[in-house]
Design a protein. Structure first.
Length: 359
């Protein structure tokens, strides 16, 4: 059986302040790629003639253009998979747009470049002219729908399930290297280490219990897994969203609450636990540059959205990322428009309340 695997881009390693307490560091690692709840993730399909990679032609010294555009049937599979995630009732929503400058998620279909996606908020660091996701084979073939569901899971912040430190998987490393070095993957040892053999930090895992039925779990053929013994003859997840997948995204992205007003120059206390979120609306009294920030001993991410056409559009955000400074940003707000401020707490320490304010 041919098994083509997701090849994640190399993940950046965050530089946190040395000496952070283990609990605080774990909260930062676990939440740093997750979107704030209530985000509308706009996605576009890269179809223009200018959307392509230029790659060398071996042995000729010449190059050729490989387009990123996908056929209509491919696009329809991806749309259906976005709807399947959305229909779980999660607080993050998806909206297709035609302008890639308006899209947080930009999807290409370059054949031969594998299938991969940036993980969660890492997509924001990718240039507007580049892909944040690629689907590199025919999604109408068997396993194609699993590929699209899997890559959208990455876009939501999920990691590979077989890399969970809770799995207790004992690999036959050399057999795995040999299997993935051949067709159709042709992976280097470094790529195999990064996408299969390396264990995640416990805080990065999708849950505290391994879920071999997860849509984020790769299928593996016989002889690659030595333990647990029941998978020595292969592990074949169904390729659909498991109950644990659904629980994970609903825990991070529950149905959104009605936001409270955040009145300029009045602080709003944040009675949040780690991973929890508070949502506010702001109606600016005048058009000018405002500061939006938190107070207290806490690690938070603050994101400001502007309502356009009835939906929130990302305007600015800041994550204090384990520094001793509170989250704060400067943003121009226009009188007569409505804005949303969303604050997600990573962790707190010390004593006293935390609060957010717009001034």
């Amino acid at each position: 059986m041919t098994r083509r695997y997701c090849s994640l881009p190399r993940q950046s390693v965050p530089a946190f302040t040395p000496g952070l307490a283990a609990e605080r560091l774990g909260a930062l690692i676990g939440g740093r790629r997750m979107w704030v709840n209530g985000t509308v993730l706009h996605y576009c399909f890269l179809e223009a003639d200018t959307d392509a990679s230029v790659i060398p032609v071996p042995g000729t010294g010449e190059t050729r253009r490989v387009p990123w555009a996908g056929a209509r049937e491919q696009l329809d599979v991806v749309r259906e998979c976005f709807r399947e995630w959305q229909d779980l009732g999660i607080g993050v929503t998806f909206a297709e747009v035609s302008d890639r400058c308006e899209a947080e998620l930009r999807i290409g279909f370059q054949l031969g470049d594998g299938s991969w996606s940036e993980v969660g908020r890492d997509a924001l660091s990718v240039g507007a002219g580049e892909r944040t996701m690629n689907l590199g084979w025919d999604l109408t073939e068997p396993g194609g729908r699993w590929t699209a569901l899997h890559e959208i899971g990455h876009a939501l912040g999920m990691r590979h399930e077989h890399q969970s430190p809770f799995a207790g998987v004992h690999w036959d490393d050399e057999a795995v290297y040999a299997d993935l070095a051949g067709p159709p993957n042709h992976w280097s040892r470094d790529r195999t280490d990064a996408s299969v053999l390396r264990k995640l930090d416990p805080a990065e895992a999708n849950g505290s219990v391994w879920d071999p039925q997860s849509v984020m779990q790769f299928p593996f053929g016989p002889g690659l897994i030595l333990e647990p013994e029941q998978y020595h003859n292969g592990l074949y997840p169904p390729g659909s969203l498991s109950p644990a997948d659904k629980e994970f995204v609903l825990r991070w992205y529950p149905p959104a609450d009605v936001p409270a007003p955040l009145v300029p120059f009045r602080s709003a206390p944040l009675g949040l636990g780690p991973g929890e979120q508070a949502d506010f609306t702001v109606a600016p009294l005048e058009t000018r540059v405002y500061r939006v920030g938190t107070f207290g001993e806490s690690d938070c991410v603050v994101v400001v959205f502007e309502e356009r056409g009835g939906e929130p559009r990302y305007l600015a955000g800041h994550d204090d990322g384990g520094t001793p400074h509170n989250t704060g940003l400067r943003v121009r707000l226009v009188k007569g428009r409505r804005y949303f401020v969303r604050v997600r707490l990573h962790s707190t320490w010390g004593s006293g309340e935390t609060a957010v304010m717009c001034w």
